[in-house]
Design a protein around this ligand. Structure first.
Ligand SMILES: [Mg+2]
Length: 339
């Protein structure tokens, strides 16, 4: 009859916890609830244990006596409300007094209902059912809401992951895997875009086409790993010369690279080309099979245009290609301008 925590409650079972110092009261209430199959009855006659008892039992309603030794019912009400494990459990005060002031104080301290002892059996059961049902319904809504929030969070997390992998995919699709520079496709798109912009803004556009001198010999003698390392080092050196916002460099293919310099005339492009040449030379990558230098070097062709409507960007590439060809004919490790 007393502190019994052995419960086998289903979701809809009503669990009543009576906190009262009088066993007689407990016995009377127990009898009133005896015939109700869906109501479990528990009793705590030690007020100092009531909060912990309720926390563990998780009743759907607490019937709370007001006058008890050691601790009064109002204090217990405040404790229930302050404890997260019992804060929302409905409490029906069972009082021996039908006093408006007691009632008011009980409600102020967090009571949900107030009955005078001993209540009528039908009324007691009706109040127990009403409080328990609304409590269980609220609990169900809270749980459903939490579940929904959890699902929503999971959805947001997976959306974020999807977005991240899309960004990675996008990056991969515009970058050259070996050197980390933009790839050929990205160059084509960039040049087409800058070309249109230059026509519209009536600004000059320069490109620098370059390749590594005697790279085939480098590859043949230092192996493919050596060749790859060389491409990476040269790429990083070239990239250092591309500093202005809007300037762009890509791996054009094999050992060829191309820079797009918007709103840049010949002189400006020349400065950047010389920097590129110097930065690569200063890497001092030994190339014993080069006829141009002891180190890895590059030859560069510069072309600049102020494109007009109807002009095609291929013309600019062709001009740069011819200039590059001339640079190779002029002993390499140098640039030639066609403006
Ligand atoms: Mg009492």
């Amino acid at each position: 009859m007393t502190d019994n925590l052995a419960i086998g409650s289903s979701q809809n079972t009503i669990i009543v916890l009576l906190v009262d110092d009088q066993k007689m009261v407990a016995e009377a209430i127990r009898r009133m609830l005896d015939q109700e199959d869906d109501i479990e009855f528990h009793f705590c006659d030690t007020p100092s244990r009531a909060v912990q008892f309720a926390s563990e039992l998780q009743p759907t309603v607490i019937l709370q006596d007001l006058v008890m030794p050691d601790v009064d019912g109002y204090t217990l009400l405040r404790f229930y409300r302050a404890n997260p494990a019992t804060a929302s459990i409905p409490v029906v005060v069972l009082s021996s007094k039908d006093d408006p002031q007691d009632k008011s104080q009980a409600f102020t301290n967090g009571a949900n209902d107030y009955l005078v002892k001993l209540p009528d059996k039908i009324e007691l059961i009706a109040r127990i059912r009403a409080q328990s049902k609304s409590y269980l319904a609220q609990k169900e809504r809270d749980e459903a809401f939490q579940q929904m929030q959890k699902l929503q969070q999971e959805l947001e997390e997976s959306n974020q992951k999807l977005e991240e992998s899309n960004m990675i995919l996008q990056r991969l699709s515009i970058l050259d895997g070996l050197t980390g520079l933009a790839n050929r496709r990205h160059f084509d798109e960039t040049l087409a875009h800058e070309w249109k912009l230059a026509i519209r803004e009536k600004t000059p556009l320069s490109i620098i086409l370059l390749d590594i001198d005697f790279f085939k010999k480098y590859n043949d003698n230092y192996g493919h790993q050596g060749g790859d390392d060389c491409l990476r080092t040269v790429s990083a050196a070239l990239n250092r010369a591309i500093r202005r916002p809007g300037d762009f460099i890509a791996r054009y293919g094999g050992e060829e690279f191309v820079a797009v310099l918007p709103n840049t005339h010949c002189k400006g492009a020349e400065v950047i080309a010389e920097e590129m040449r110097l930065f690569v030379e200063n890497e001092k990558l030994v190339h014993e099979y080069s006829e141009a230098s002891d180190y890895v070097t590059v030859s560069l062709g510069i072309a600049a245009m102020r494109p007009a409507t109807g002009d095609k960007p291929e013309v600019l590439i062709e001009k740069a290609d011819k200039a590059l060809y001339k640079a190779k004919g002029s002993g390499r490790n140098c640039y030639i301008i066609d403006c």
